[in-house]
Ligand binder design. Sequence first.
Ligand SMILES: [Fe+2]
Length: 487
Amino acid sequence: MNSSIESLLKIAAEKGVLLEPDALRELSRENDAVLKLSSLIERSETPPLVITATMLSATDHPGDGIRGAGQTVGHISSVPSPPRVLKDISGNSTATGNVRDFSRYFTDRFRSIKKILLRRADMAGAIPISKVLHWDRDARIIGIVNSVRVTKNGHRLLEIEDEEERCTVLLMKEKGFDTVLKDEVIGVHGRMSRDKHMMVAQTIVRPDVPFNRDIESTDTSSRVAILSDTHIGSKTFLRKEWDDLLKWLKTSPEARDINYIIVSGDLADGIGVYPDQEDDLEISDVYGQYERVSQYFAELPDWTRIILMPGNHDAVRPAEPQPTFHGDIRKMFGSEVTFVGNPSTLDIEGRRVLSYHGRSFDDVISSIPGLTWEKPIEAMVELLRRRHLAPIYGEKTPLAPEHRDYLVIEEVPDIFITGHIHSYGLSDYRGVRLVSGSTWQSQTSYQKMKNITPVPAKMPVVDLADLSMNVVNFSNRYTSERKLVKE
Ligand SMILES: [Fe+2]
């Protein structure tokens, strides 16, 4: 440990404050680290419990308030530091797309979700498929679903596989099992049929999210706003609603605590994404579209950290996980912007935030009866239950065979954000806050043809202190009265 780190830790210990690893790292790089730390502690009436990197960046601008645990002294008018990235493919992609890559990818998916399943009490004692084939007692097994077939009597036959062996699982129609998707990893309780040809399932177990997760309130005053699917460059971009949004963000007292804005994909409309898209474009050059995105986003308030993630319309590789934007695009933006890949897991002031654009909804909604484009939240719950963001392989969602499956939801997030549906939604599933971003684009001719009615110009906001949520409405119905409706 170098001497500067040692003396910083000593001061922190003397004053009874904790130093976040990021803050320590940042401080240790500075020449006047000791002075900076002391003054940060002394400036507050009651010393903060934890010193974060965000607080350090606030002290770089004398006159700004310092916020720490146990106190709120004004607002920071500088941009908060970038959130800590917990999981993101950006810079880590190794996929070449050969067959070996795919088999390794699915093995990683199987192992990661098996681990989650084995934490469940109802999956304790699960045995390998190779063993169960000769058993004549009830057993629990775990496998990835290779195929789902429906028999002429309406029963379903799954072929599931673990790392050594495969077997057929019978889902009797009468038992009313819910939909099992190809390529999802499931647990099965059941018993081999007498002829040992197949396992007759009693129960299907999903990794799911545990009940009763404790959510502790924190003392932050920061809130996170979620924008999605701005589709800048399209003729149907809602300029007026966007201007109203900007005005509100800059002038409303309620917006002063919005320190983070996450944009969960489809920033630009892109080119060649759907048939005859050129007819719908105002800007037909892809770089021109991002120039415009950067102009619009530069107008967002200067106290917000802007987190940008690509979606299926953006100029990055379509296969998921999508690494973030190329340097040519990133350099168009200011330092208040943080670029992440799709999906990304971030630590924002102590909250685990999972953001995913949502391309896989195309596949999940068409595969699970009852799901619709109007109800994004229900589709999000199906992903959480399966602990995977894009369970189905080989349909509309292209997947890149990375060395590990970045789409597995290994840790349960506090906040789960998606876009893509162009309709907003806010809900809670076993303590996980679910947020579907809206869109800033009205109905395109393509959507009209597909019978998709967007619900644009709504901005969900999540309070990081207690995870309460609200929506600020900028859609035309209300803007005529200049009335902002909270829902
Ligand atoms: Fe979109």
